[in-house]
Design a protein around this ligand. Sequence first.
Ligand SMILES: [Mn+2]
Length: 358
Amino acid sequence: MVRPPVNSEPELRSSSARQITDEPREPEAMEEDQASADPVAAILAVLRKGERFLVCSHSRPDGDAVGSMLAMGMLLEQLGKRADLVTADRVPTIYRGLPGAESIRHALRVHGPYDAVILLECDGVERAQLRGLERFYLVNIDHHLTGRAYGQLNWIDHGAVSVGELVHRLAKAADATVTAEMATCLYTTLLTDTGGFTYGSVKESTFEVARELVLAGADPVGIARDVFYSATTSKVMLLGAALNNLKREGRLAWLWITHQDMVRTCAVEEDCEGIVNLGVGIAGVEVAVFLRELPEKHIRVSLRSKGKVNVAVIAERLGGGGHGNAAGCTLEGPLGHALEEILGELRLAVAVAFPVVV
Ligand SMILES: [Mn+2]
């Protein structure tokens, strides 16, 4: 049995290794071990036991965040539970057509009589940018390389291409029906987190999951159209501004936009999504970085790698996180300063990954 979810403040528990002693072990210690041995069963036990749940994901939600939240909400509903879905930022326009997307509220603080909070896609509780989360029983489901076991229950699987893939596994383990609506949300997580099935995380099983979701009613053509062929005019104008600032140096490429570029093209934050891919899309480029000047002058940094350089390690060193192929962080401005800082890291990483043979 897992520890029952509680409404009151759960005590913080260390995930560090326990010393082996002859003393009888506390029941809690055994629960923890069982949870780490079979996180799916442990999470299902929490879901079955509770009544009301809060489902959250990271701020600036992407396709995996939105799709996995919606599918998790549908799963909880099938289990006869109440679920509130909350993120710190609005759902991006391209995902607003997903089934149930209108049910996601955006807020800065959470409160309520929740039996547990299910945090999806957050490598740290702070990624959610929601105040008040810490006092709840936290179920952490993630697939980031930089994922930490900050929850009372943690399921971190680096092998999953999206958190949606994990929610799909959970739904099957619960013997829930994967409805067409759920399949649409889950397929969206696969498509977006793999860059249309092209990133290094993709493997044979990815297509097995995709196939199951299509059989369950997901429309791969319609979803791809909504995700990849539905850009706003301001987004395409913004791409033009970014391409004007494109630089190439051997295996490195970088591009940036200023806050002024954002204002001039009437762009919104979500229009910046994917710009970094233009840099890494160049033949011979191994790593690309996209920098965006925020209104308050901090610099948002997006990193992409073709695979030889682990950009999650670099992002984490600078206070961010992510995957080996795709990661990000926020740096101090001004833009020129942030650019030099990140290029210093990247030049070194490229030199290590591609040593010059003399
Ligand atoms: Mn993801």
